[in-house]
Design a protein around this ligand. Sequence first.
Ligand SMILES: Cc1cc2nc3c(=O)[nH]c(=O)nc-3n(C[C@H](O)[C@H](O)[C@H](O)COP(=O)(O)OP(=O)(O)OC[C@H]3O[C@@H](n4cnc5c(N)ncnc54)[C@H](O)[C@@H]3O)c2cc1C
Length: 413
Amino acid sequence: MRAKGLNPLLLEARGRTGGRTWTDTFAGQPVEMGGQFVDESQPLITAELRRCGIPTATGLVPAKAIMPTPDGPAPFSIAELQTRQGALLEKLFEGSKTYFPEPNNPMLKRSLVSELDGLSLRDRLNQLKLSAADESWINGITAGQSGGSSSYGAFTALAQWWSLAGWNTDAWYRAQSKRVSTGMSSVISAILADTKADTRLNTPVTAITDKGDSVEVVTASGQKFTARTVVVAVPVNVWKTIKFNPGLPSVHATATRQGVGVANSRKLWLHVTGMTEAKVVNGAEGDPFMTVLSHSRTSTGQLLMALNTKPAIDVTKRAAIEAALRTVLPEARLVDFRAQDWGADSYSMGGWALRRPGQMSAQLPAIQQPHGRMAFATSDIANGWVGFVEVALEAGFRAASQAAAIAGVKSAA
Ligand SMILES: Cc1cc2nc3c(=O)[nH]c(=O)nc-3n(C[C@H](O)[C@H](O)[C@H](O)COP(=O)(O)OP(=O)(O)OC[C@H]3O[C@@H](n4cnc5c(N)ncnc54)[C@H](O)[C@@H]3O)c2cc1C
């Protein structure tokens, strides 16, 4: 915004900036409670990291994979995991190069994509007619990334991730291996410092009114701000909690009613003892954990990162977590845990974005357009890596240009 010649005022609901990225401390180590992995296939975040001089880092390299079998979770080599799961993923996404030849421009082949966009990931799995054992090696991914059930997420949404990564298994695994060495929050702070924005924390916005030649923003405490233009940078799922006047266009109203950020998204950090090897666990659809991954060592054990998308588990309860952990890593003894439930968080109302069936073709590009004097900036409405920090930048750059045009400011960049 600053580079576009605007003088930004940032109204942030929480007591911190960063939203669904948040580097916290747990067991004496920095941990990501939200967005974690970055990859060179993501040019915007890669450029920001380079500009800020922040390197990436990797976690522990797993020595074994715990995978679902008809007799329960069992150990496999990492090579077996990647060969067998990789072949199944290639089958799942077969043809994606044809309908996503330029994956950052997902509607390039509009008619092909529109034909497929109504399919849920469950529909696509059913088409493949896999054995139950084979399906269990990938339906934890399709269900987990969809927020609990393969029937929630669009096949096109995950096929686009596969395409963006480079249409192959190695690239798919690599895209989930690197993190920001100093933490995601350090990148957000560096970007924010550059904008020199006047930042007001603990200032939730409740209403935005377009008055024709200006916009009025009202906060929960009744404060009023007037500006030439407003960038609405809250998640799509949160739009429905703000009173827009005039009301949102129908594509925006439908998106916020349906939701784009997945409903069930709980990230956990587990401090455990009793584990000597680094491991990665892949759950099947309906299992307590989508994934559990050895992250780092502590003086007494390991830190594990886990994702849970099964609503039946209460991640605030130690006993529930211990019981779930016992099913996949029986040797692990829980010392302490930290959990963040993004679906229950009033200012995200969901986790990472994964479009639902039909949303991509119904929304793009209309949802990226300004509404009077309001522009919209969230990764949930982007073209590229929807569900990743990368496209919070894509959407932010686009909204800054739109806001400058609305305000009639001659761009300085
Ligand atoms: C568990 C989890 C794991 C993830 N893993 C990865 C990953 O490995 N790699 C990756 O790149 N991405 C990952 N993501 C996704 C990534 O974190 C998001 O795509 C990205 O952070 C979204 O950015 P955003 O700016 O669109 O929204 P947000 O980060 O949600 O920012 C929206 C901001 O609006 C504020 N806000 C909300 N309501 C109001 C209001 N009424 N008034 C004022 N302010 C308000 C919020 O507090 C927040 O600061 C993950 C997300 C989650 C939840």
